[in-house]
Design a protein around this ligand. Structure first.
Ligand code: SF4
Length: 344
């Protein structure tokens, strides 16, 4: 492994040039292609993109939960949960001692569908207690009290009774709260939330977002919040990384991205959000075309087949540079900073 300069003290997680491909019968298909992003302590990073953008594969690489046919490149994933020890997670085996200690201990995860993550044959309390006993080395009684306290924190009613309930006895929103309680069992430094509200109705989604925001402020953990919905990002994130076809195409503070998006893909995503005051508009803006086949990625800028600003002579031929701005924003586009203001 290459030697790397230590991360700055405020940095919790940093990905540099992460690449993930999958070996299939039809050859190697690249899902993540040179991804760079970081998360500082106590901040919320929103990762936005359509399906197939590589956002979930990237966090699976962080958690070391990639499928067996995954092949990683030479990129680095560094994680420093306590400000003292910097771990290199790239190349670490899924079931290594380190990952068993970090997953559930320092990194919690909330999935879109809690039924696939929670065991159907164990009570909610048993599942939380097991995690607490494994990572905190406490006895059953203390772990049960901790489980009840966590269920209270995620605002589930009657936690003393609910602790003995099974996942199928809860509603979708309650299951998601129980999943959050499980993820928080050991006060993680980082919570990864992968589309945690996508399967919920709008009201329950708003309640879960509110809960995550208040827990984040109360506990001071950092969150990576993955979504395809820019509206949700505005609600919860401090910074945003926009992904397209396995690349981060734009990063920046949430307000900068919303009011001054520099990448045409970010502009197109923002243009496709329904807005108040636009009810009379007959059709929503949609991004033309569809996400290209990952087996047949366009040359040059991978977005050029769908981009309203593309110059075929340049964009179809040359891969764009990542252009940084003084406010910390950066966009992977030949014309970033030169496009007319988007007026979002
Ligand atoms: Fe569009 Fe060209 Fe920029 Fe790519 S490099 S986003 S095709 S303008």
């Amino acid at each position: 492994m290459l030697d790397t300069v230590k991360m700055p003290p405020e940095r919790l997680l940093q990905l540099d040039d992460v690449e993930v491909a999958f070996k299939t019968r039809d050859g190697l298909v690249t899902a993540v292609n040179g991804v760079n992003y970081h998360v500082n302590r106590g901040e919320v990073l929103g990762i936005v993109g359509e399906s197939g953008s590589g956002k979930s594969v990237t966090v699976r690489a962080i958690m070391r939960l990639l499928a067996k046919n995954a092949r990683e490149g030479n990129g680095t994933i560094r994680f420093n949960p306590d400000g003292e020890t910097e771990y290199r997670l790239d190349g670490v085996a899924r079931d290594s001692r380190l990952m068993r200690r970090l997953r559930g201990g320092k990194i919690g995860m909330v999935f879109q569908e809690p039924m696939t993550a929670l065991s159907p044959v164990h009570s909610i309390g048993t599942q939380i207690m097991r995690t607490v006993m494994l990572h905190r080395h406490v006895g059953k009684e203390e772990a049960r009290l901790r489980a009840i306290d966590l269920l209270k924190r995620v605002q589930l009613p009657q936690p003393e009774r609910l602790v003995d309930s099974y996942p199928h006895q809860l509603s979708g929103g309650m299951r998601q709260r129980a999943m959050i309680a499980l993820a928080l069992a050991c006060d993680p430094a980082l919570l990864i939330a992968d589309e945690p509200t996508t399967a919920l109705d709008v009201t329950t989604e708003a309640q879960i977002l509110e809960l995550l925001k208040s827990l984040q402020q109360e506990l001071g953990m950092a969150i990576i919040f993955i979504t395809h919905n820019f509206g949700v990002v505005a609600d919860i994130a401090d910074r945003v990384a926009v992904m397209y076809l396995g690349r981060v195409v734009e990063t920046g503070l949430v307000d900068d991205i919303f009011y001054h998006p520099q990448h045409p893909y970010t502009r197109a995503l923002l243009g496709s959000i329904p807005r108040l005051g636009q009810q009379k508009q007959r059709r929503l803006n949609v991004i033309r075309g569809s996400v290209p086949d990952p087996y047949n990625v366009p040359s040059g800028c991978v977005f050029h087949t769908r981009c309203d600003y593309a110059d075929p002579a340049i964009c179809g031929r040359d891969a764009p540079p990542n252009i940084p701005f003084a406010n910390g924003q950066a966009a992977l586009c030949h014309f970033a900073g030169k496009l007319p203001e988007a007026g979002q």
